[in-house]
Design a protein around this ligand. Structure first.
Ligand code: GTP
Length: 305
């Protein structure tokens, strides 16, 4: 195999919650695609970001973390993750530089090796800007010992952009030679609706407690192009979305006093969506209660799970 052959393949980042998987996906893709937040387990959909480089194309598959399933939703998420592990070409195991390796990390490594014994593994030591040089070096060694001699380990800071291209090269070197799967310039094959729903969900969860992430689902009801816009104004989309919560008490939290919070959510989500689509949008948000939607297969289907 010659080294200058074009390589392509699928990569999935796994790791404990909050280890920087989404932020890394964004840094590699160069545009905000996956959902990041300081609260664990906000990523529900399998979102692909596509990394285009002259020598390679990496398709990043972002999955929710594996966890003990307590609801039907939890079970479906786990099935999804397991399928993803065995379908990708490479799994990047993310472990932050500034936290000791713990039982959670070891559990994930065992799961990955058990579910997908043939999938290549690369260790990724994330957030190296948060640790000193010696701490990073010690963590590289520890992760290498954890993963075994076959796995490369790469340090990276997604927020500072340090070592990001080195990581791309290492990931690409593990891929089989092959043509690009997607045309140049394409960032994600997620339908725009899913992206919009994820961005609204992210904005709605900002600053809220631990309970709501699992109780909030967003559905895009309708996207209509606004009529009568002049050429100077440019096109504009009217987007109607519904935020589903499980209890009326949660409805109040999401809407806020006099609707102030929901308006704020709308403004932030609109900014993000406009940045990605490059089109002006008008965002119309409504909050509805769908009781126990996590346990109801019919509602799960309707909400896109
Ligand atoms: N200083 C620093 N912070 C980072 C870096 N990467 C991620 N973070 C922060 O770490 C937190 C978690 O990052 P995410 O990318 O949401 O983590 P995740 O692993 O996708 O989390 P889940 O989706 O909950 O599993 C966020 O507050 C990020 O801003 C980094 O390279 N440096």
């Amino acid at each position: 195999m010659s080294n200058d052959e074009f390589r392509s393949g699928f990569v999935c980042f796994v790791g404990r919650p909050n280890t920087g998987k989404s932020t890394l996906t964004n840094a590699l893709v160069g545009s905000k695609i996956a959902i990041t937040s300081s609260r664990p387990q906000t990523t529900r959909h399998t979102i692909r970001g596509i990394v285009h480089r002259p020598h390679a194309q990496l398709i990043l598959v972002d999955t929710p973390g594996l966890h003990r399933p307590r609801t039907l939703l939890g079970q479906r998420l786990n099935d999804l993750v397991k399928d993803t592990y065995s379908e990708v070409d490479l799994i990047g195991i993310c472990i932050p530089a500034d936290e000791k390796i713990g039982p959670g990390d070891r559990w994930i490594v065992r799961q990955v090796k058990q579910i997908a014994p043939r999938t290549a593994i690369v260790g990724i030591v994330t957030k190296i800007d948060k640790a000193g040089k010696e701490q990073v070096a010690a963590q590289l060694l520890a992760v290498s010992e954890l993963l075994g001699p076959d796995a490369d380990v790469v340090p990276v800071s997604a927020t500072k952009g340090e070592q990001v291209e080195v990581l791309v090269d290492v990931l690409a070197s593990k891929m089989e030679p092959g043509p690009a799967f997607y045309p140049d310039g394409e960032l994600t094959d997620e339908p725009e609706e899913t992206l919009m729903a994820e961005l609204i969900r992210e904005a709605a969860l900002e600053g809220l407690g631990e309970e709501l992430p699992h109780s909030l689902a967003v559905v895009i009801e309708e996207i209509v192009e606004r009529e009568g816009r002049t050429e100077k104004q440019g096109p504009m989309l009217d987007v109607h979305a519904i935020l589903y919560v499980e209890r009326s008490s949660q409805k109040g939290i999401v809407i806020g006093k006099g609707g102030a919070r929901l308006r704020d959510v709308g403004t932030r989500a609109r900014g993000q969506i406009e940045k990605i689509l490059g089109t002006k949008i008008f965002l119309d948000l409504h909050v509805k209660v769908a009781k126990e939607w996590q346990r109801d297969p019919k509602q799960l289907g309707r909400l896109g799970f």
